[in-house]
Design a protein around this ligand. Structure first.
Ligand code: KG4
Ligand code: ZN
Length: 468
């Protein structure tokens, strides 16, 4: 278990409240929580009026708002993340201090199966969730009674895994009469950048690159996103992981870091891989074809993944390193090309954009950062990359995003203290962040649309329209 306690970042949280109504984050009911704010008042006063209206729901706040919420710099939120294979919890204060951060990763399972098996991942989350949350509280020198709210990832992700985190969050919130905020995992990857970069105001762009997602978004406001591009098949992290597995690399830290390390020894021009989707002048991604090219290259060189890289001959090792470097060059070139076009599109919609945020597990890669830095400089923008521990899945991003929404009055009241074990939670395994940019629609996209939840942006927009 990795346990980090940091308090180096400091940032005032509360943005100008531009979305006047609250969305019940964990349910689908939209509640009117407070009247349109006329000026940027202190958070506590806007939240005060929010909570006063909770009588409309099944639950009521029993504490007075002042008792519950404190001043706006003093809000303390526990964030819980279990959407994939990391069990994470963290405590963040609304002034930006990270009071604790704990991550338990399923490294052994990942190494054994070369990927995430949902049922095993669920079991692993269940084994450690209590300890991870307890460590987060202890490292912060706090108890549940000191918390202002609990934030938890409700999607997208693996249902079985999401359920473990949501159950834990609701148990804590129910026992301690705390409000609860349901968080969108990809929004959290993007917004954590606002915790570390004081100047990062809306609107900004974000490239979110992880094991399950490749997203290019224009973040116009909190909860308001335009999707400029997404993957039509696999995400870049999946391509890194499969390449690492086929090259016989040590997967214990996941495939990405292993490829990044080996690629440093290789010749990135040695193997000619073609860049995906060259003929499609849009901002979508595809990594399935590149994966196939890599597999064929490995087969044609008779590389045996059963022989770990540590036991490979020097000739074999250098052949594997060439493939790793060549794969990485083309995988990242695809990102560069899409980002360049997306920046042009985004600047047409929002000419005031100054930043491109790059986040998600793959954003911890130094080569990715360096290449994308060149792209943004060419376009006179600034690159914002959270530190690696905040790029990969973590509880800080969930706590911070929970805080951002909490400040705007978007949260659920405390669940009942004795919620039954078989309660059906509102989990959103397939949950888009925003609506697709209409001019960027691609014929190449053939995404399954079944069982997709309405996007976060559309839910928030609908609630605003309902109230206007
Ligand atoms: O965001 P994340 O922790 O979990 C998901 O939401 O998927 O991302 C995990 C992905 C994995 O595919 C992993 O191989 C990749 O991020 N990754 C990297 C690096 N570190 C993690 N990929 C490339 N280079 C890295 N240094
Ligand atoms: Zn992630």
């Amino acid at each position: 278990m990795v346990s980090l306690a940091t308090s180096t970042f400091s940032r005032n949280l509360c943005p100008r409240p531009s979305l006047p109504y609250a969305v019940r984050a964990l349910g689908t009911t939209l509640l009117r929580l407070h009247p349109k704010p006329t000026s940027w008042g202190p958070l506590s006063s806007s939240l005060k009026s929010c909570s006063a209206h909770f009588s409309a729901s099944n639950f009521k706040f029993s504490k007075s708002p002042n008792e519950t919420l404190g001043s706006r710099d003093d809000l303390v939120v526990l964030g819980i993340e279990t959407s994939c294979d990391d069990t994470a919890a963290a405590i963040v204060r609304s002034n930006g201090d990270i009071l604790s951060q704990v991550v338990s990763s399923q490294a052994d399972l990942l190494a054994r199966y070369g990927g995430v098996a949902p049922k095993m991942a669920e079991g692993a989350h269940m084994q450690v969730i209590d300890q991870v949350v307890q460590d987060a509280l202890e490292n912060a020198n706090l108890t549940e009674r000191d918390l202002s709210a609990v934030a938890v990832t409700i999607g997208p992700g693996l249902s079985l895994c999401l359920r473990v985190g949501v159950q834990k969050a609701r148990k804590i919130a129910g026992s301690h009469n705390l409000p609860i905020v349901g968080v969108h995992h990809m929004e959290a990857h993007a917004l954590v950048a606002r915790l570390i970069e004081k100047d990062l105001q809306f609107p900004f762009m974000a490239l979110l690159i992880s094991g399950g997602h490749n997203l290019l978004i224009l973040a116009r406001d909190l909860g308001h996103y335009i999707q400029l591009g997404t993957t039509i098949d696999d995400a870049i992290g999946e391509a890194y992981d499969k390449t690492a597995k086929w090259l016989g690399l040590d997967m214990r830290r996941s495939g990405g870091p292993a490829i990044e390390e080996l690629a440093r020894e290789g010749d990135a021009k040695a193997v000619k891989f073609s860049t995906p989707m060259k003929q499609h002048k849009d901002c979508n991604f595809s990594y399935a074809g590149l994966k196939t090219q890599v597999r064929l290259a490995i087969e044609s060189r008779n590389i045996n993944a059963e022989i770990p890289i540590s036991s490979a001959s020097s000739e074999d090792r250098s052949s594997r390193a060439d493939i790793a470097a060549s794969f990485q060059r083309v995988a990242v070139l695809h990102l560069e090309e899409r980002c360049e076009r997306a920046i042009e599109w985004a600047l047409k919609i929002e000419p005031s954009i100054k930043h491109l945020v790059v986040s998600g597990g793959v954003a911890s890669n130094q080569y990715v950062r360096a290449q994308l830095d060149q792209v943004v400089k060419k376009k006179s923008l600034q690159l914002v990359c959270p530190p690696p521990s905040l790029c990969t899945d973590n509880g800080v991003m969930v706590a911070w995003t929970g805080l951002e929404h909490f400040c705007m009055g978007r949260y659920d009241p405390p669940p009942p203290a004795n919620e039954p074990e078989d309660y059906v939670y509102d989990l959103r395994p397939r949950w888009p962040l925003g609506e697709e940019y209409s001019e960027g629609r691609s014929e190449a996209r053939s995404l399954r649309t079944a069982r997709i939840h309405p996007s976060l942006t559309s839910l928030i927009q609908a609630s605003m329209q309902q109230q206007s």
